[in-house]
Design a protein around this ligand. Structure first.
Ligand code: NAI
Length: 289
């Protein structure tokens, strides 16, 4: 069986935006989907069941299979509840798409601990909690696909998003290790860096970009990463507005010294160390291949 037909998929934060699009496409391709959403506002305040329920209804109306869950990814109990919903409703858990997210944008000078904590809790702890709840099941069945939703804000930086950027690149760090630990159990862990017009970006992206960046463009990349056919693990794929590309680290040719250099000697070689002419892809998997 190729693709995602018959797979049981959790998409966190799928009551709207990108998560909803991913869930609709998974269901259309024959997967059984857990629609998890806390139902709060963009900054993570509030809660409700309506968002998740509506997406479940939409999938069922189109002849697909879905079940709602309203738990909070930021807590261990919430994450356990999400995976339990998958197992109770559909008997297993094959795919986790860590998509739930909130924003508390503020420049670093004005950052307060609650703004930092709330964002790191939902994105980084949320991805840890839900992946952790599913991991043992995936190992046991010798199949799993985990997709982290990272961001260009973490990969490249974005003004006013030090909390969000840290959490988003933290998810890539977690991916790097989980890709290694999951490999021999056929658990693949990858990341998507989306760009899409949603409530999260409605006042960030310019109007013209909003029209171009239909979230539906992102979902085929997520579904492909979740499929049995996709053998990649530990990669980051950028997707938005019809563009699909891989983002990876490069390492400069640098220098190799046999003696401890003085600070001045090293400073003299700085351009050679940091210049990217002749740089090669860096990382355990790319270096091996
Ligand atoms: P969105 O705000 O429409 O979707 C996020 C969903 O997560 C919401 O439905 C929300 O209720 C849910 N959620 C928030 N906290 C939760 C929690 N603790 N537990 C369960 N559900 C929770 O925004 P969008 O744009 O669809 O974002 C989806 C993901 O994509 C997020 O992780 C976001 O950071 C990421 N992303 C989006 C980009 C974009 O251009 N829209 C760019 C880069 C990353």
């Amino acid at each position: 069986m190729a693709g995602v037909e018959g797979r049981v998929v959790v998409v966190t934060g799928s009551g709207g935006g990108l998560g909803r699009q991913h869930a609709l496409l998974f269901a259309e391709r024959g997967a059984k989907v857990v629609i998890n959403d806390l139902g709060g506002s963009r900054d993570g305040t509030g809660a409700g069941s309506e968002m998740a329920d509506n997406v479940v209804k939409e999938i069922q109306a189109a002849g697909g299979e879905a079940v709602a869950n309203y738990d909070n990814v930021a807590t261990r109990e919430g994450a356990d509840g999400i995976v339990k919903t998958a197992i109770d409703a559909f008997g297993k858990i094959d795919v986790v798409v860590n998509n739930a997210g909130i924003l508390r944008d503020v420049t670093f000078i004005k950052m307060e601990d609650p703004q930092w904590d709330a964002v790191v809790k939902v994105h980084l702890y949320g991805a840890y909690n839900v992946t952790k709840a599913a991991w043992a099941h995936m190992r046991e069945q010798n199949f799993g696909r985990v997709i982290m939703t990272t961001s260009t804000s973490g990969l490249f930086g974005n003004f006013g998003q030090s909390n969000y950027g840290a959490a988003k690149l933290g998810m890539v760090g977690m991916m790097n290790t989980l890709a290694m630990e999951g490999r021999k159990y056929n658990i693949h862990v990858n990341a998507i860096a989306p760009i899409a017009a949603t409530r999260m970006t409605e006042d960030i992206l310019p109007e013209q970009m909003l029209q171009q960046f239909d979230p539906a463009f992102v979902s085929p990349a997520v579904v492909h990463l979740a499929s049995e056919d996709c053998q990649d693990t530990g990669i980051v794929v950028l997707a938005g507005g019809g563009q699909y590309a891989r983002v990876a680290y490069f390492q400069s040719a640098g220098v190799q010294l046999s003696e401890v250099p003085s600070v001045d000697e090293l400073a003299g070689k700085w351009a050679e160390i940091t210049g990217l002419d002749g740089a090669k892809p860096a990382g355990p998997f790319s270096a091996q291949s």
